[in-house]
Design a protein around this ligand. Structure first.
Ligand code: AMP
Ligand code: MG
Length: 307
């Protein structure tokens, strides 16, 4: 089962969110039945991140978008929790500051994209500039309507420079959103999240969906795909996102760099006991070095003769 195949939005296709079941949970009945698999993916993520960091060639940008209460924070906690903080950054984008508004909308975004070997997770992103901005007419249509192409160009440039871009829309339905808001009322640890605007924004649900559908349809490509994740069930969401991230990173065919030193020499110089354990006395090692070099030279000569 590849959730990457199931949930990837094919380039050029037209998304209809009304037809995508937010309640879908694969072959799983409950959270417990997903835990072993989730744990495997998270362990694999840990390994792949270490590899990416060591190789220092690729980087990964994960974009998380959702309606309010859609589970961006929870996904970061559960899935990205598997990552070593040393190589991972989470960047959240709120209402732009005066300084940010004085620049082009990609200015604050580009600064926070990951460098080589690093993973960055965007909690909201440049897509807000064709979502909330469009829904609330924060700039005229002639401005936001040009942004799809601009975003595609920006993401193309990132991928050309070695950054893999994956984008997740965590898809919950309107009833689930209200359930989640209601749950917050009874949980002291979540009450701080409650805002009036979460409720008033519900009036714009259809407008947001319209804006999401257009953004996702226009900006999903093989090089920077959108995935629509059924997210009413938090445990299924975590499973799907983690599997897709593993598949994405495995697709990079990363390799640990070769050691920059001669390990045999290091063992002999600083770890005499290891050299002895492997049955090689220091003197033997040095004696072995010479014939190897000569053999190498001979091979090279032979090849030239063949030509
Ligand atoms: P939260 O993620 O709940 O902390 O809320 C952040 C708020 O910032 C949301 O209401 C977003 O819609 C808003 N926001 C993020 N980016 C932009 C933007 N470019 N323009 C206007 N509002 C934004
Ligand atoms: Mg909020």
């Amino acid at each position: 089962m590849s959730y990457a195949n199931d949930f990837r939005v094919k380039a050029g296709s037209k998304v209809n969110l009304a037809k995508i079941d937010a309640d879908y949970h694969g072959g799983f009945d409950n959270e417990d039945s997903t835990l072993a698999e989730l744990n495997n993916y998270c362990q694999r993520l840990t390994e792949l991140q270490a590899l990416m960091y060591a190789e220092n060639k690729n980087s990964l940008l994960v974009v998380l978008q959702a309606m309010d209460g859609g589970g961006k924070d929870g996904t970061i906690r559960h899935v990205m929790g598997a990552l070593n903080p040393q190589g991972c950054t989470v960047a959240g984008f709120k209402v732009p500051t005066a300084e940010e508004l004085a620049h082009d909308y990609l200015w604050r975004i580009h600064k926070l994209t990951p460098g080589k070997g690093h993973i960055t997770v965007f909690n909201r992103s440049h897509y807000e500039d064709v979502l909330v901005v469009r829904v609330h007419n924060l700039v005229p249509k002639e401005v936001w309507s040009k942004r799809y192409n601009e975003i595609n160009g920006f993401e193309r440039e990132l991928t050309n420079s070695g950054t893999t871009v994956v984008k997740f829309f965590l898809h919950i339905d309107k009833e689930e959103q209200l359930r989640r808001f209601r749950d917050r009322l009874d949980e002291p640890g979540k009450q701080w999240k409650i805002s009036d605007s979460d409720y008033t924004e519900r009036e714009y649900w259809d407008d947001y969906h319209q804006a999401y559908m257009e953004a996702i349809s226009k900006c999903s490509f093989n090089y920077a795909p959108w995935y629509i994740i059924p997210a009413n069930h938090k445990w299924f969401r975590n499973l799907a996102v983690s599997q897709i991230l593993v598949e994405t990173l495995e697709g990079l065919k990363m390799k640990y760099p070769d050691p920059s030193v001669d390990l045999a020499v290091i063992k002999q110089k600083y770890h005499a006991e290891v050299a002895e354990e492997s049955g090689l006395a220091a003197v033997e090692l040095m004696a072995e070095e010479e014939p190897k070099k000569k053999k190498g030279k001979k091979k090279g000569k032979k090849k030239k003769k063949k030509k």
